[in-house]
Structure formats: C-alpha cells, structure tokens
Design a protein around this ligand. Structure first.
Ligand SMILES: Cc1cc2nc3c(=O)[nH]c(=O)nc-3n(C[C@H](O)[C@H](O)[C@H](O)COP(=O)(O)OP(=O)(O)OC[C@H]3O[C@@H](n4cnc5c(N)ncnc54)[C@H](O)[C@@H]3O)c2cc1C
Length: 461
C-alpha cells in the first residue's frame, strides 16, 4: 500500500473529473489522486470541449448538476456567472459552458487547502499498465511511471467503430473522416462541396450544425440503415423525477407496457418513466434478450431517449426545409474515388434501384464506438494485449463486475482496476449521459471497498 493511499484516474472528462471531486469529498480521508489527461483541459473532455455556441446540451440544467444531492448546483453556478443569461432550470446551455463548470470545480479544488497535494493534475497520456507485487504501475507517454494502489479508467467515448467493407480506411483524411470529433475533421472542406454523413443520430446533428456554423453551403446527405433522426425534447419539461417501475418479466411484456403508457401519458413521459429502472432492466436481462433488444428496438430507443434540445431541433428542421440537409434510409453499396471526388452508390431501404451521389467528403457519424478490439487508445490496446482486460460480451466497452472492477481475459475481476463512464455500457447500458455517470461515480467514491485494496481477485466466469 502506498503511503498515503494513491490512485490514478485516467481521463479528465466529465467522468474522471467528477470522480476525483467525489472521492475528495467522500472517499478515504487521506487519498491522493493523480488525474491524468492527454488533452490540455481538465474537466470538459470530448463532450464538453466544444466552443461552438450551436452545440448545446441535450439534457436540461435541472438534471446536469455535478452533485446528485444538490440538483440546483449547476443552476446556482450559472446564476453566479455574470451575463451568461442561461440560468433557467429548464434551459439547455451550451456544452462549452458546462465544460467550464466542471473545469472550474477542478481548479477551485487545486487552489483550496491541501488541494494541490491531494489532487495532482498530470497532462500526459497513459499508455501502459503493469501488475506489481503490491499495486499497479501506470506508464505515461512522456516516459514517467506511477506506482499506485488502484487505477480508474475514465477514458470516455471512443471514436466511431470503423465502417467495414467499403474501403474507406484506405482513403486520405481529406476524403474520409473516420473520427468526426478529431481536430481538423472538417478542415479543407470547400463550402460548396457535397458531404455525406454516415449515421443519422446525434453525432450527425452535431456535424451538420458544425458545418452550418462554418458557412457550409453545399448539400449534406445523411444516410443510415433506417434513416431515423433523434426526436426533440418537449418545450416544457415532462416528468422530472419518476419512480422506478417493476423490472421483472420478458422484454415483450415491458414493451407492451411502455406502448400502453405512451398512449396514456405521452411517449416522452413513458420513456422518461423507464429511466430510473433502465439499468436494472438491462442487468436482469440475459444476453439473448439484450441482443434482441439491440437488434429490434435499439434504433427506436435511441431516438426517443437521446433527444435534441428544441433550439437544435429547430436548426435541423430549417436545414432540412431549405433542402441543404437530406436524410435517407438505405445501404451504401460501393464508394469509388475518382477525379477529386467520391462516387457513392447506395440503395434506398425497400427499393431495388441503385443511385449514385458525388461528394467531396465522407464523415463517419455512427456515434461513439467502444469495442476495445478496435481501440486506437494505447492504454486500451495495452490492457487487451496483455489480457488485463477483455471486451464485454456485446463489444460496447470493457467487461466489468457489479462494482465496476475490470475483468481480465481469464474472467477474474481485478480489485485494483476500475472503469467508469461509457466504457461500462455493456454492464449498465444507460451509462452514457451525465445523470447516470454522476450516480455511478458518487457510488464508487462512497463504496466501502474503495481504499481497502487487496490482491484477491474475484472469478466472474
Ligand atoms: C459530442 C457529445 C456530446 C454529448 N452531450 C451530452 C449532453 O448534452 N448531456 C449528457 O448528459 N451527455 C452528453 N454526452 C454523453 C457523454 O458521454 C457524457 O456526458 C460524458 O461527457 C462522458 O464523459 P467521459 O469523461 O466519460 O468521456 P469523455 O468526454 O470522452 O472524456 C474522456 C477523456 O479521457 C481522455 N483520455 C482517454 N484516454 C486517455 C489516456 N490513455 N490517457 C489520458 N487521457 C485519456 C480523453 O482525452 C478525454 O478527455 C455527450 C457525448 C458526446 C460524445
């Protein structure tokens, strides 16, 4: 055991930063935390690092507080910010503002008594992990290594999964952007050039808005298998704190119930009612039921559950109405690069006719990936390569036990290695948005085992 007990949190996006703050409040009293982030900011992460004012949260202020026991905390912070004019509980603020909220709490912590001794910010990339006799050794990209009692992986949303079978990987970045969030994904694109966005969910919405704000005038074709776009939040907030519902019974019974409730109280309320129970429903479902849900219901769940803020929906609607943004359901058959453009041949869903469009760039907007087997993240690659971690059964992220310990390739849960946030989606399903992650990290910070690490691993399978 290190003296004082020492952990590293890899990733200072929302999940890692919030875990650090919660641990300092509720974790072991003398715990020392290294918070490791490869990008310059501590707090915003990928999701809240956007400076584009068109990128607003898709959750209302009232549900985005960092502290579950103080739901008005964000609102009070907003009230204290002179001139933001954003402080309504039902408002959707910009993602950049939310990023500043988290970053400011980290900076205030460092500036507070003992802050800099207890929370050490490390601007570096974690690239490797080794088991030691009494703990873990984390290697950083710049050559330093840290000996630790435990490590928490908060590495967040990974770039979209590669689109296989279309030869896209061989195209230069000027033709194909495999990661829509990568710096420069839109660089060099001429404002008149037609663009193809693969995917029609929230990532597509983000990129369409980013194109709009840089003055793009060319047509934007968005394409996905079903062509379903996210729905919009109600102008007035529906049920705020629904109570959990019964989770037993087969999926078909649950579906019937939700449909009935949607008819009775409205679809938004029926979906929101499920929120507090969604993790429990997922956990009690066997692998076969989870697969059936993913195959048949996921596209519908996603567009009803992950909604756009009304202001975003209005912008998307305007882009569609003036004919710039075109949404379609279909399948890409082939992509050919010729004479400085890309000829994309596709077939609309339910049709036998093929059509070809010519675009200047294709952007993968299929949403965050997570399958560690596709990982470009060096730490993930190292963990999988050494067998210190394994993908969950559905390839959403890492296999973890019910206390978020990472399970290794032999099925043993490592008591010193944890994962939080989107990489634990295989275990929890609803663990991507702030309200769920907030509960996860608050629970981990308070868990009696955190701080009492031993090397006895638990067999999962
Ligand atoms: C574009 C976008 C918008 C979203 N908007 C909302 C919203 O409005 N409301 C909502 O509730 N949820 C939203 N989400 C969901 C989002 O998953 C969570 O809200 C939350 O931000 C996830 O935080 P995170 O820290 O787990 O992940 P991330 O934000 O992805 O942060 C992970 C961090 O880890 C760092 N990192 C990764 N690997 C390493 C390494 N090896 N070494 C060092 N650092 C590393 C990365 O640089 C990154 O900063 C959004 C997600 C995305 C992608």
């Amino acid at each position: 055991m290190q003296d004082p007990p020492t952990v590293a949190i890899v990733g200072a996006g929302f999940s890692g930063s919030l875990l650090a703050l919660h641990l300092l409040r509720a974790g072991p009293p003398n715990l020392r935390i290294f918070l490791i982030e490869r990008t310059p900011g501590f707090g915003p992460g990928l999701a809240y690092g956007s400076h584009n004012p068109e990128h607003v949260l898709n959750v209302r202020v009232s549900n985005m507080s960092a502290w579950p026991e103080a739901p008005d905390h964000l609102q009070r912070w907003l009230d204290a910010q002179a001139g933001t004019g954003e402080a309504q509980a039902s408002a959707f603020i910009t993602r950049g503002t939310f990023g500043r909220y988290i970053a400011e709490m980290i900076q205030q912590t460092i500036a507070g008594p003992d802050g800099a001794q207890r929370l050490i910010l490390v601007h570096d990339e974690a690239v490797g992990l080794a088991r030691m006799a009494d703990g873990l050794r984390l290697t950083l990209g710049m050559g330093r290594s840290l000996d630790l009692d435990a490590v928490v992986l908060a590495i967040g949303n990974q770039p979209p999964a590669p689109l296989k079978g279309l030869g896209l990987e061989t195209l230069p970045l000027a033709d194909y952007a495999p990661d829509p969030w990568a710096k420069g994904a839109l660089d060099g694109l001429k404002v008149e050039e037609p663009v193809l966005l693969i995917g029609t969910g929230l990532t597509m919405v983000d990129i369409a808005l980013a194109l709009r704000s840089r003055g793009h005038r060319g047509p934007i074709q968005a394409l996905s298998r079903r062509g379903l776009a996210p729905h919009c939040h109600a102008a007035v907030s529906p049920v705020q704190h629904p109570s959990p519902i019964a989770v037993d019974g087969p999926l078909s019974q649950l579906l019937r119930r939700v449909r009935g409730r949607a008819r009775a109280i409205g679809w938004r309320e029926a979906v929101d009612e499920l929120r507090p129970s969604a993790q429990a429903i997922w956990r009690t479902a066997d692998l076969q039921s989870r697969r059936r849900f993913l195959r048949h219901l996921r596209p519908w769940w996603d567009i009803h559950r992950h909604r756009m803020a009304p202001v975003v929906s209005d912008r998307v609607k305007a882009m569609r109405e003036d004919g710039q943004l075109l949404l379609a359901a279909g399948r890409i058959l082939s992509i050919e690069a010729a004479r400085g453009e890309l000829a994309v041949t596709w077939r609309a869903r339910g049709s036998t006719d093929e059509q070809t469009i010519r675009v200047g760039r294709i952007i993968n907007c299929t949403g965050p990936g997570g399958d560690p087997l596709n990982a470009r993240n060096p730490l993930l690659r190292d963990l999988i390569g050494q067998g210190l971690a394994r993908p969950d059964a559905l390839g959403f992220g890492l296999d973890v036990d019910d206390e978020d310990h990472v399970v290794d390739a032999t099925g043993l849960a490592n008591p010193r290695l944890y994962a939080v946030g989107p990489m634990t989606k295989g275990a929890h399903w609803e663990i991507v948005a702030v309200p769920d992650i907030r509960n996860q990290v608050a629970g981990l910070a308070k868990s009696p085992g955190f701080g009492f690490w031993a090397d006895a691993a638990r067999r999962i399978s």
